[in-house]
Design a binder for this molecule. Structure first.
Ligand code: RFL
Ligand code: PHB
Length: 395
């Protein structure tokens, strides 16, 4: 078959790009390795920046998010056994974030795609990318034992960190920047009411903890754990006991425990691949970069990459202009590095590092104490957490 854009991957980046191209009448296909149920079964991000919620509204899938999502105007930082609120709304001139799970975003985009009658191939095997150094690239894959070929003008690599798109680029053409952290996050999802109406980020001598949520009846909790830990060895009881140990008095009183619906360990990594365009191939989302989840930036960065990419592709097809595709990589990376910086900094501030000991703990506590009392420092956290404007730094 022939199309204008072949999108690899039906995660949030691929689905959102598909929706934006559809709105501009640009012909495209999505090719995904997994099944729809597998994609929906991955429990990941929970906090959407306004730039991201605006995009979901723009493509017409904001209805359920508006009804069921929880707008949050602050976060709490817990350290030395006490909680302190960062007033996101007040410090940013009225901005907020939306608590609405990645699973729900993906489901809304998938449902819309079906309603629009747009093509998506799930369960595609042996996906391979060809001739993207010229103007007539193609994508091949197997489905039910039959080989298929898609000829296109552009390929969008939205296939996540382990996808084939970045791996298809010759090693000499790409530069990688990486930092691996010496711990992971053990996450539990449970149908219990959240312990606070806002997210609580905890710095404790026992390690980091995060109290997040998906709704008024569903909570998402995380605790920092050693990379050597196995999820099978963490019983629900052990998880709740350790989480409780990392809370303040009030948190312990309000914590409602229950059976876990999902439990997993995620390693923490910072990673950027440069550039993000290789001829007719563009990388977007986790295919090009990873942030540790502390700043809640992963999904939001994926959305803004796709914003820049869709704008560039629309300009190309509708106005025959290539300025957008030529500057795609540079525009994305300027934003990505700022989110990388924030996510790295917030991770350093909140976690217990094996080598930094009591001195490291005291320095973190001093910085947190400074942060909550300094208007300038609190504002910096708030404006990064709610997300920098799309045109940040432009005159
Ligand atoms: P995704 O979501 O990984 O989707 C990529 C899709 O591509 C498919 N794919 C292929 N398809 C065809 N051919 C191939 N060869 C393919 N290889 C892969 C995959 O099956 C998948 O469906 O990337 P995308 O769309 O760029 O979206 C990015 C976000 O998913 C990601 O940034 C966030 O979820 C990151 N992240 C978190 N972000 C947050 O803001 N808060 C969090 O709490 C949070 N937790 C997480 C996370 C990422 C995790 N990963 C990747 C391990 C927890 C985990 C465990
Ligand atoms: C989540 O709810 O999964 C979540 C929220 C905030 C973060 C990371 C994860 O910083």
């Amino acid at each position: 078959m022939k199309t204008q854009v072949a999108i690899i991957g039906a995660g949030p980046s691929g689905l959102l790009l598909g929706a934006l191209l559809h709105k501009a009448d640009i012909d495209h296909i999505i090719i995904e390795r997994q099944s729809p149920d597998y994609v929906l079964g991955r429990i990941r991000a929970g906090v959407l920046e306004q730039v991201c919620t605006d995009m979901l509204e723009e493509v017409g899938v904001g209805q359920r998010m508006r009804a069921e999502g929880l707008p949050h105007q602050g976060i709490e930082l817990l350290f030395k056994g006490e909680r302190h609120r960062i007033d996101l709304h007040g410090l940013t001139g009225g901005k907020q974030v939306m608590v609405y799970g990645q699973t729900e975003v993906t489901r809304d985009l998938m449902d819309a795609r079906i309603a629009w009658g747009l093509p998506a191939v799930y369960g595609a095997e042996n996906v391979s990318l060809h001739d993207f150094d010229g103007n007539t690239p193609s994508v091949r894959y197997h489905k039910d034992g039959v080989q298929h070929e898609v000829q296109c003008r552009f390929i969008a690599g939205c296939d996540g960190f382990h996808g084939i798109s970045r791996q298809s680029v010759p090693a000499g053409a790409i530069q990688e920047f990486e930092k691996i952290y010496p711990f992971g996050w053990l996450g539990v999802l449970a149908d219990v009411p959240p312990l606070s109406h806002e997210l609580v980020y905890c710095n404790t001598e026992r390690g980091f903890a995060l109290c997040s949520q998906r709704s008024l009846t569903r909570s998402r909790y995380y605790i920092q754990c050693p990379l050597t830990d196995k999820v099978e060895n963490w019983s629900d009881d052990a998880f709740w006991a350790e989480l409780s140990n990392r809370l303040d008095e009030q948190g312990r009183r309000n914590l409602v425990t229950g059976p876990s619906i999902e439990k997993s360990i995620a390693p923490l990594r910072s990673y950027v691949a440069e550039p993000m365009r290789f001829g007719s191939l563009f990388l977007a989302g986790d295919a090009a970069h990873i942030v540790p989840p502390t700043g809640a930036k992963g999904l939001n960065l994926a959305a803004t990459d796709v914003k820049y990419l869709s704008t560039a592709l629309i300009e190309y097809f509708q106005e025959n202009a290539s300025a957008g595709i030529d500057t795609y990589s540079q525009r994305c990376l300027a934003r990505i590095w700022k989110a990388e910086r924030f996510s790295w900094w917030f991770t350093q501030l909140m976690h217990r590092f094996p080598d930094s000991g009591e001195f490291g703990q005291k320095v973190q506590e001093a910085e947190l104490d400074y942060l909550i009392h300094s208007h300038a420092a609190s504002t910096s956290v708030a404006e990064n957490y709610v997300g920098l404007p799309l045109d940040f730094g432009k005159k």
